[in-house]
Design a protein around this ligand. Structure first.
Ligand code: PBG
Length: 335
């Protein structure tokens, strides 16, 4: 005797709970909250500057005065932390990127100012040499080779300068070996035990950083690629090994970068390790979403929301995103 569809599905009609908005909300497993958002933005020299970035429509580079106002606004919206990235002028760039250690660089000036006026928003600073080198690499380049230990020494000094200027979280994104332990030891030796380290433990050698390199001006400078220090996009075990090592060396939190293509890495790290895992929705992801939305091919806001909830579903504790402002404003509207 054949059963009717109703007889077959009587006990498992999933659509019962999908029927109403209230019931969908009731059984929702993951939620995006303003506390999940870290606003990434770009700094430039000058006063009153808001420079458009051609590779990232909707994003502008801000001079420090404007960035301070925007960060205050971010704090008002409840965004827990911001992450500034500098477009430094060509004149300061050197072979070894030593301007990272200068107390007057854009990041350090921004840090001192923001700490005076907004002590309640966290500031995460990228400790990497690429904005400061003439060749656009995150390390010191010698005869075509990125020198590991020499680069670590410079990043360690850069991290110390950032801590002195008021950074709450040092985020080394250069992927040199041994940098987490070296930064931790040096911060501790200088009385900065309370400054945290967010390690870019799983940073992949990705084409999706293109618009960022354009935004900070490293695109035309970059010699070759970063395959000898960033992770191979084909690898997952190696990301796990990197992450474990960075925790042993003293990282407080880890980051997976880029974001949406690497949800498996987020999931795996979260399942295996008991530290907060963040993801960085990078410039290429931003640009893709914006380009498709601008052409009317996708709904920009809904698609962006979907990417952000995907990070949460994968196990992320927070997301660095260029969309943080819009999303924080949007979250105020929804129940
Ligand atoms: C390098 C750095 C990168 C990004 C931020 N810092 C990658 C790179 O240029 O190789 C990328 C961020 C983005 O694409 O949004 N230290």
């Amino acid at each position: 005797m054949t059963r009717t569809i109703d007889e077959i599905t009587r006990s498992c009609r999933f659509r019962r709970m999908r029927k109403f908005n209230w019931s969908r909300r009731l059984i929702r497993e993951n939620h995006l909250h303003v506390n999940d958002l870290i606003w990434t933005f770009f700094l430039c020299e000058g006063k009153g500057k808001c420079e458009p970035i051609s590779s990232m429509p909707g994003i502008k580079r801000f001079s420090i005065d404007i960035a301070l106002e925007k960060t205050l606004h971010a704090a008002e919206l409840g965004i827990p932390a911001v992450a500034p990235f500098p477009r430094e002028p060509l004149e300061i760039k050197t072979e070894n990127g030593s301007y990272i250690t200068n107390s007057e660089n854009l990041i350090n000036r921004f840090l001192r100012e923001i700490k005076k006026i907004a002590p309640d928003i966290g500031v995460i600073t990228d400790a990497a040499l690429d904005p400061y080198t003439t060749h656009g690499h995150d390390g010191i380049l010698h005869k075509g080779v990125i020198l590991n230990d020499e680069s670590v020494e410079m990043v360690v000094q850069g991290a110390l300068a950032q801590a002195k200027a008021g950074s709450d979280i040092i985020a080394p994104s250069d992927m040199m070996d041994g940098r987490i332990g070296a930064i931790r030891d040096n911060l501790d030796a200088n009385g900065f035990q309370d400054v945290a380290i967010l390690s870019y433990a799983a940073k992949f050698s990705s084409a999706f950083y293109g618009p960022y390199r354009n935004a900070i001006g490293t695109a035309p400078l970059l010699e070759g690629n970063k395959n000898t220090y960033y992770l191979d996009p084909a690898n997952s075990n190696e990301a796990l090994r990197e992450a474990k090592e960075d925790i042993l060396e003293g990282a407080d939190m880890l980051i997976v970068k880029p974001g949406i293509l690497y949800l498996d890495i987020i999931y795996r790290l979260k399942e295996t390790l008991s530290v907060p895992i963040l993801s960085y929705q990078v410039s290429g992801e931003y640009a893709m979403l914006q380009a498709a939305a601008a052409n009317g091919w996708i709904d920009g806001l809904q698609s962006t929301m979907e990417t952000l909830i995907a990070f949460k579903r994968a196990g992320c504790d927070g997301i660095l995103t260029y969309f943080a402002f819009e999303i924080a404003q949007e979250l105020q509207k929804v129940t």
